[in-house]
Design a protein around this ligand. Structure first.
Ligand SMILES: O=C(O)CCC(=O)C(=O)O
Length: 263
């Protein structure tokens, strides 16, 4: 059994140091910055995977790009991230790309993205996903790093809430993540990272990011999520992720389609 797999199973999250080279990250950062300046599209494409540009500012609308506009990220996903996810999940079959989001936290105006569990927002059965996350520049607590409740992935499915306000979505009847998991007995770890590091977390693991309070620094973090086991569409209220608008499926249909390629 490899260490990343064991650690992911035990703790629900693993930080791997020095995973990317400086050249890999600077190419992605340069393409991101160019695209961010000119991107205005808000329509969701149904024929291809999308990249969601999400500024952590309440009221801001998400913008949508494709990998045709961001080839360096597509190459990084295929060459480095997919093999890493397969190793970390001990998988030798193809995995499906679910969604890619770039979270941007400008200084000061940016706000907290509250405690959540990714799978609570996803219409899938079985609900078996993992996500990787990496910053384009070093992050720490002051800069809005991610914080995780270790081993919380073992506590089952939780309710989905508005990530900015913590208000549960309508018809949400599942238990919610406690307001302060540390007080509930969990070890909470702030993941300080350089821009060469990568995190991988189980879709059930609770996490949040605080505001970016560092003057002159814009925190950009890329999250890529994968389905690691064949799933069917299992809709329920409160699942508002952008990719749900890419779907043309009925409950029970295999979760497949051009926006969610097998890699
Ligand atoms: O980048 C962030 O601040 C939040 C990322 C996150 O919560 C996620 O990828 O699920």
């Amino acid at each position: 059994m490899n260490n990343i797999y064991k650690n992911l199973k035990d703790n629900g999250v693993v930080l791997t140091k020095d995973f990317f080279s400086e050249a890999e990250i600077s190419e992605v950062r340069n393409q991101y910055d160019q695209l961010d300046k000119k991107l205005t599209n808000k329509d969701i494409y149904k024929e291809k995977p999308i990249i969601v540009f999400w500024k952590h500012v309440q009221g801001e609308q998400k913008r949508i790009a494709t990998f045709d506009e961001f080839p360096a990220l597509w190459s990084l996903i295929n060459k480095k991230i997919v093999p890493f996810v397969k190793k970390a999940t001990n998988t030798d079959h193809e995995i499906q790309l679910l969604e890619t989001i770039i979270f941007n936290k400008p200084t000061e105006v940016s706000n907290t993205l509250h405690w959540h569990q990714d799978v609570a927002y996803f219409p899938l059965k079985p609900n078996n996903q993992v996500a990787v996350w990496f910053p384009l520049e070093p992050v720490n607590q002051k800069r809005g790093a991610l914080n995780y409740a270790l081993k919380s992935h073992k506590d089952g499915i939780k309710g989905s809430t508005d990530l900015h306000t913590r208000k549960p979505f309508d018809n949400e009847n599942r238990d919610l993540i406690p307001e302060d998991p540390a007080k509930a007995g969990y070890e909470v770890r702030c993941m300080e990272m350089t821009n060469n590091d990568i995190l991988i977390h189980d879709g059930y693991t609770w996490h949040y990011s605080g505001p970016n309070k560092e003057e002159g620094y814009t925190r950009r973090g890329i999250s890529v999520r994968f389905i690691i086991e064949k799933a069917v569409f299992d809709p329920r209220p409160g699942q508002g992720a952008a990719f749900t608008k890419q779907l043309d499926l009925k409950a029970g249909d295999p979760f497949e389609g051009k926006p969610f390629p097998s890699l």
